[in-house]
Design a protein around this ligand. Structure first.
Ligand code: ANZ
Ligand code: ZN
Length: 878
């Protein structure tokens, strides 16, 4: 028996090297086995792997290793989402070149990733900042331009008037530029957009087919796309009140049923009517300038106090020429949605209600909830947006909301004013085209040239890639590409005139919108994909990442896949057949008496009579244990994967991450539980070594029959195999780990039974022990691959467990000998009963009626009937 401890520090790098040398995780595109593509969201090379990465990649790795053992040609690649602002900030703050900074970080993080023991195919690695990658992205941009999927559009941008530069949203802090502190202005400029809205309906409809996506992610996407069915209504304007030339106001509403509850009209500050009215009204002009300062971010608009300004213009109610409605300019109406104008119905819309309550306009309820008396139903502070019947609405009274919507639409559609119908049914989407221009250096250059004569000229294919210059300076604010002395000055490819390169680069979301496709053939130098290969290897069977990417990244990737199909680079619609969003790694926070945070590593936590107590390691002073929060630098509640791996080994970190909660929930980092995982590793190692000796007595051939001990062990092994197999397939990893523990326990009980010296061991039991130990090692091999290799070797197995086939389940062994049924008396649960699986009804009945709990519940009453639902419930009716 071995008394040696398992030494992860020695074993882990050894196996990692061997896996590498033998290239066992490299997948070949001409492999004829069925493919399985598992992908985790690739990291941004910030410099260090954090614990969330470890969780993300471990989840994917378990699946990859399992599917490999199941006989699939597994594609499990890794790369780097390498463009972005932090590299430029590093250049500004530390005077290092963005490129050097990025590639240094990649090297450091790659080393860290390797130490986790991930079964990755590194032969396909790329960084999105490699010209060999973005060259193809530029090509696809040009293809999309030719296909009408990329266009120029005027957009509002944050403009810093001091630094004379455009700012990203995250560079605007409280309305001011992050560097200059100047109040940021909104400026209209021409931007490149991808026409994602061409696919609004399709991106929405196809969500129904994504049945291996979390419902919450699909819901978030649905809401983001935001389809609304409604009515466009042309309100006539009261001629005496309007600026010259304006005679109608077009609005979009999803609630035409509430038209008789209208109290006001509201238009966006950017609406032409607002502009026209402001030209004659300096106070209005001032109001418009003020409300524009808060910017265009939806979240700000939603939370800002509702404000309006009466323009003096009056609109006419479409069903009553004598009914005039005041037209306000309001800060909550966006120009970008619908028509940039609304009618307000305060009784049934909270925002409108807040507005009228502020300006004293009153409200009229027009929908009365079931069970309420229309005569007494009033609205004060809370709008009613539920179901009900129409009231106070003339010809609509008594109708349901749906009937009323239809009736209003029908009437207004058939009513003409100046040859056009007053109403028109319309479907609107919230989704906007994807603005991809960024005024930044460290991104993929947009491959066009602006010629004074020919306008926008695509860079010819032969001139791709348009490479980022490396000799750039960050001494001045703004886009270093734009400041470069020579880079942008070119001649027009069409007419030869002096022209300028586009200096905007692409949103980094573009880089991550097709990397999964590039992984299928990253060696293709002449095209973004090799369609035959990509179509075979895609879609990604299981994609895993954080829920923070549930909307934009996934939506953009879904759009890109369609755009690549339209331009001949792929032939599929959906990139990710299965999507999984993992939870976060969270940790307690620790604070000194003065409120400053300290790191977990600096604190000693003891469990005593009065609960847990923490002290500072250095001084012994009391430390306050604070709430469990997402790991963050500011709260100092982080743990460093390197430290964990150095102290316990990667397998322990992996096991802990998988064991403590379902993968889609948050996991609380706990040193105690990590130590528990570490002890379990040693237990498994001893268990396997013990079994080696006992299993040595096993006959080479499978015994013809098995005695009861051997059968019991085999049943436990195959039951565990069955449960872990289905558990991994469903990504219920924590459940799998519980089964592995349980099996290890029953296995070690059998091994520790006294009076079983190896020599005397019955051959059938020895054989079963050998089988059980192999199964055990294989079961935990996806989670703890290094320990598993070491054990596999100890078991005398040839080859690597990482390459072994998943064990075959013997279904005969899964049949349970007994079942437990719930016992009810008159439908109420009173206990349960365990009977032989083969037991007949009279036998079950007798067992149930003999139960004290049943006798007690019957209280002497005669039994009228016993109903048996096989394998589930027995109900005694008394
Ligand atoms: C009258 C009304 C009455 C409305 C009522 C709602 C409730 P969704 O579902 O998101 O499409 N709206 C229209 N355009 C707008 C804009 N540019 N800025 C701000 N709000 C706008 O929302 C459609 C509803 O949002 C529309 O229906 C309109 O208000 C408002 F009891 O019209 B509703
Ligand atoms: Zn030209």
């Amino acid at each position: 028996m071995t008394s040696e401890r398992y030494n992860a520090r020695d074993a882990e790098p050894r196996w990692q090297r061997l896996w590498d040398e033998q290239a066992i995780f490299v997948s070949k595109n001409d492999d004829s086995r069925p493919k399985y593509y598992v992908l985790e969201m690739f990291p941004y090379p910030s410099g260090r792997i954090h614990i969330g990465h470890v969780r993300n990649y471990t989840l994917g790795d378990v699946l990859a290793r399992f599917m490999r053992a199941k006989g699939f040609n597994v594609l499990h690649p890794m790369g780097w989402d390498a463009f972005g602002l932090p590299a430029e900030n590093a250049a500004i703050e530390r005077k290092v070149a963005p490129k050097a900074w990025t590639y240094d970080n990649i090297a450091a993080m790659k080393k860290q990733l390797r130490s986790i023991g991930l079964s990755l195919d590194w032969s396909r690695e790329f960084a999105t900042c490699d010209p060999s990658y973005y060259k193809h992205q530029q090509k696809m941009f040009l293809d999309m331009l030719a296909a009408g999927l990329a266009e120029r559009e005027k957009r509002k941008l944050n403009w810093d008037p001091v630094d004379m530069t455009v700012l990203a949203n995250e560079q605007v802090i409280d309305g001011r530029g992050w560097r200059s502190g100047a109040v940021v202005e909104q400026r209209e400029m021409s931007q490149w957009v991808f026409k994602i809205t061409k696919y609004s309906q399709e991106l929405l409809s196809a969500l129904d087919g994504l049945d291996r996506w979390p419902d919450k992610v699909r819901l978030m996407q649905r809401n983001w796309i935001g389809r609304s069915e409604g009515l466009l209504v042309r309100f006539a304007l009261d001629a005496g009140t309007t600026p010259a030339g304006e005679n109608e106001l077009k609005i979009f509403t999803t609630r035409p049923d509430t038209l008789f509850g209208a109290k006001f009209m509201a238009i966006s500050a950017d609406h032409p009517l607002a502009q026209a009215a402001a030209a004659k009204n300096p106070k209005l002009a001032q109001f418009i300038a003020d409300i524009k300062k808060i910017g265009t971010a939806q979240s700000i608009i939603d939370t800002a106090e509702k404000q309006g300004f009466d323009t003096g213009i009056r609109a006419v109610h479409p069903f009553d020429p004598s009914w005039k409605l005041p037209v306000y300019v309001a800060n909550f109406v966006l120009m970008e949605y619908g028509t940039g104008a609304i009618f307000g119905c305060p009784a049934h819309d909270q925002r409108d209600l807040d507005f009228v309550n502020k300006y004293g306009l009153g409200n009229i309820p027009v929908v009365c909830p079931e069970g309420q008396d229309p005569k007494t139903f009033v609205i004060t502070d809370t709008a009613y947006d539920g179901d009900g019947r129409m009231i106070n609405s003339r010809f609509l009274d008594g109708m349901t909301i749906e009937q009323a919507k239809d009736e209003v639409a029908r009437r207004l559609e058939s009513e003409l004013r100046g040859n056009a119908p007053v109403g028109e049914r319309q479907v609107n989407f919230r989704l906007r085209d994807w603005g991809i221009s960024r005024q930044r250096y460290w991104g993929c250059p947009i491959p066009v040239i602006h010629c004074p004569k020919c306008d926008v000229v695509p860079v010819p294919d032969a001139d791709l890639p348009v490479v980022l210059p490396e000799d750039v300076s960050f001494d001045r604010p703004g886009n270093a590409l734009d400041h470069h002395p020579t880079w942008k000055h070119v001649t027009c490819p069409k007419c030869g005139a002096k022209a300028q390169r586009e200096t905007d680069t692409m949103d980094t979301f573009v880089d991550s919108s097709w990397y999964f496709a590039r992984f299928t053939d990253p060696w293709n130098e002449s095209a973004p994909t090799t369609p035959a290969v990509a179509n075979r290897m895609l879609p990604v069977d299981q994609y895993i990442g954080g829920v923070e990417h549930a909307i934009l990244h996934l939506l953009y990737s879904r759009f890109f896949t369609r755009a690549m199909k339209a331009t001949g680079h792929l032939a599929l619609d959906e990139p990710f057949a299965g999507m999984f969003t993992q939870g976060m790694v969270v940790h307690e926070t620790y604070q000194k008496a003065d409120g400053t945070y300290v790191q977990p590593a600096e604190v000693k936590v003891e469990v005593g009579g009065n609960g847990r107590r923490a002290t500072l390691l250095t001084t012994g002073e009391d430390i306050q244990i604070g709430p469990i929060e997402k790991m963050s630098k500011s709260k100092k509640n982080t743990v460093d994967p390197d430290d964990i791996i150095e102290t316990y080994g990667a397998d322990v970190a992996r096991w802990f991450m998988l064991s403590d909660s379902p993968p889609d929930r948050d996991v609380i980092w706990s040193d105690e539980r990590v130590q528990g995982a570490s002890r379990f590793v040693q237990r498994l190692w001893r268990l396997v070594n013990d079994s080696v000796e006992l299993g040595n007595a096993a006959p080479a051939a499978r015994p013809a029959s098995f005695g009861s001990d051997a059968t019991a062990l085999r049943k436990a092994a195959h039951a565990a195999l069955d449960k872990v197999t289905t558990g991994i397939e469903r990504l219920h990893f924590n459940v799998c780990l519980a089964h592995i523990r349980e099996f290890a326990n029953s296995f070690s009980e059998i091994l520790q039974r006294p009076g079983q010296p190896a020599g005397d061991l019955a051959p059938d039991l020895a054989w079963a022990i050998q089988e059980a130990s192999q199964i055990l090692v294989q079961l935990f091999s996806p989670m703890m691959p290094h320990l598993a290799e070491e054990c596999w070797q100890a078991l005398g197995q040839a080859g690597l467990v990482s390459e072994a086939d998943w064990p075959q389940i013997e279904r005969d062994l899964l049949v349970e000998d007994s079942v437990t049924l719930v016992v009810q008396v008159n439908g109420k649960k009173r206990g349960d009963v365990t009977v032989a699986t083969a037991a007949q009804n009279p036998e079950i009945e007798a067992a149930v009626l003999a139960l004290d709990a049943v006798k007690l519940a019957l209280d002497g009453k005669p039994v009228r009937k016993v109903i048996i639902v096989p394998k589930r419930i027995v109900n005694v009716v008394g």
